[in-house]
Write a new protein. Sequence first.
Length: 456
Amino acid sequence: MKKENDLGADEMWGLVLRLTIPAMLAQFINVLYSIVDRIFIGNIPQIGATALAGVGICGPIVTLITSFSMWVGIGGSPLMSIKMGENNIKEAHRIMANCFFMMVMMGILISTLVILFRQPLLMLFGASDMTFPYADTYMTIYAMGSIFAIVSMGMNTFIICQGYSKIAMFSVIIGAVCNMVLDPVFIFGFDMGVSGAAIATVIAQMVSCGFVLLFLFGNHPPVRITFGQYDIKLMGKILVTGLSPFIIVALDSGLIIAMNMVLQHYGGIGYGDQLVTCHTIAQSFFLMVTLPMGGMTGATQPILGFNYGACQTERVKDGQKKTLMVCIVFTVVMMLAAHTLSPYFVRLFTNDVFYMDLSVKAIKIMTLMIVPLAVQYTIVDGFTGLSAVKYAITLSIFRKMLYFGCMIVFPLLWGIENVFFAEPFVDLISSMVSVCIYYKCMNKILQRRMYVYVEK
């Protein structure tokens, strides 16, 4: 199979678009895994709203589980891109072998832990007596098949970093289409409700995982999955490199969980569940912004890593610049969609006037500053692509800590329904800080690489 992209020689605009557009579409479709489940669950007669709140409690835990795949996948793929830029294919094979082993082990461990401790976790993270049965059902079934999601999402990054962006996109599409077809069959056809939604999701992830592994074990990619050459030091380096994106996703999940707890606390009995339902709907829309944008910035990391390894520093800068421009265009479109199409989006979940009004309000507030958020994503993922881990981690943690603080303070000052303003406030401040760090540090990082290259 012919490689789709030459990371070191192709014209940059074409290269960035060929990588970002499939990644954006793939992540849009990936969002459908959770959104389609929530749409069908929200429309179950009599119990829809309560069941939706229960599955909403599971959402951030599900994301937290899959963030472990990003920890290893985005930790290993930039390192592999750098080695490919240095034409060190043997070391690239070794990196992939270690990453695959780590993902399988993580998948088994995490599945076991979640199944064992799911009940106290769900109650701690915002489930009420009314929503717990639905959350418990969904979480139990999902956890049993979570290894497929971890391996599928994590190893997909190694397809992208070798230039096969369309193959990577198709691996996500095939799973999402499978999920959308099976959801109504299991939920309504077999009258399985929430458990049917979870079973459909697990089957879809199995299909996607099978496709990814079939490709990476095959003869088409230059670097394939192999076994052996496991190295604890290399695994540690992979985990350190991937720590920033892992922290971003893990803390995002933690913050969503914290938000549900805040809504339950200040909302009280009954109203708290209603607020969680509205937040679940609004968060579903916000995921349509953050996941595709993260896919785009992540997809261009191989460009940065490859050219950094090849010491083509001007192409590194050019790649970051064009990635930012694509992300800005995307966020402008999504902000306009939030302010014009959000009522139609919310109506997919519910026709209740209360839920519709508050959910639309939350969506419009949360997306006010997503254009500056594009700057944050581009800079942080750019640092990760160059293996400049300390800068990426620092910026990620700063944003999450600021958001957590605002989440606690805003309801005290302006009431619980205005807690959603924490998102745009944090997006603006964190992007400004990221720009300052970028201009202070990026040239130094590239200059150090030049010195190492000259010495070799």
